[in-house]
Ligand binder design. Structure first.
Ligand code: 5GP
Ligand code: MG
Ligand code: MG
Length: 183
């Protein structure tokens, strides 16, 4: 394996492509059951949720529409501050819609908590959240995430949409980085 290969930057695999696919199918079955007979608007949060959105939406049997938002958390470094700026807003009017926010990972929960309040103010019939991964810190804030793929330890993960300095999003599995990458 040459040293430019992304695989050499990884420490270990947390979830394989097959495990992720199986878990997403289970989440989709739950969502189909809960929204039986109702149309759902999936709101993906760019860019990390692209892979979850692609796979979850294709596993659903309900009628779905998809829209996207891009947000940025103000604040220094890697800690999100809870003060959020909209970089790209939805194109869809949420009035009367059943909205399901699709996220890659929830850490402090500050971004999602802000986003949920923001979307709720637009008159939707309901707003729920689906996050593929959840870190322990999320339990410290009062945020109800209805659909969670996996609860993971407090480690920085990449792959399947998640980046480090915009790289590794294209991996089809989720893993942790080798120390030489960020040290
Ligand atoms: P928070 O929940 O703290 O407001 O922020 C969540 C956002 O922080 C996620 O959408 C993601 O962009 C980023 N994030 C949090 N933990 C990780 C991680 O382990 N790996 C990566 N790549 N991004 C993370
Ligand atoms: Mg995200
Ligand atoms: Mg990122």
């Amino acid at each position: 394996m040459d040293s430019h290969d992304v695989q050499s930057d990884l420490k270990h695999v947390l979830y394989t492509r097959e495990q992720i696919a199986d878990r997403i199918k289970e989440l989709a079955a739950e969502i189909d059951r809960d929204y039986a007979g109702r149309d759902v608007l999936l709101v993906g949060v760019l860019k990390g949720a692209v892979m979850v959105m692609a796979d979850l939406s294709r596993a659903l049997h309900s009628h779905v529409s998809m829209d996207w938002m891009a947000v940025s958390s103000y604040g220094s470094g890697t800690q999100s501050s809870g003060v959020v700026r909209i970089l790209k807003d939805l194109e869809t009017d949420l009035l009367g819609k059943h909205v399901l926010i699709v996220e890659d990972i929830i850490d402090s929960g500050l971004t999602l908590s802000w986003l949920r309040t923001n979307l709720e103010s637009r008159g939707p019939a309901s707003v729920e959240i689906c996050a593929l991964l959840r870190k322990p810190a999320a339990s410290k804030v009062d945020i109800d995430v209805k659909y969670v793929g996996y609860d993971i330890p407090n480690e920085f993960v990449v792959g399947y949409g998640l980046d480090f300095a915009e790289k590794y999003r294209n991996l089809d599995f989720i893993g942790t980085l080798a120390p030489h990458v960020y040290e």
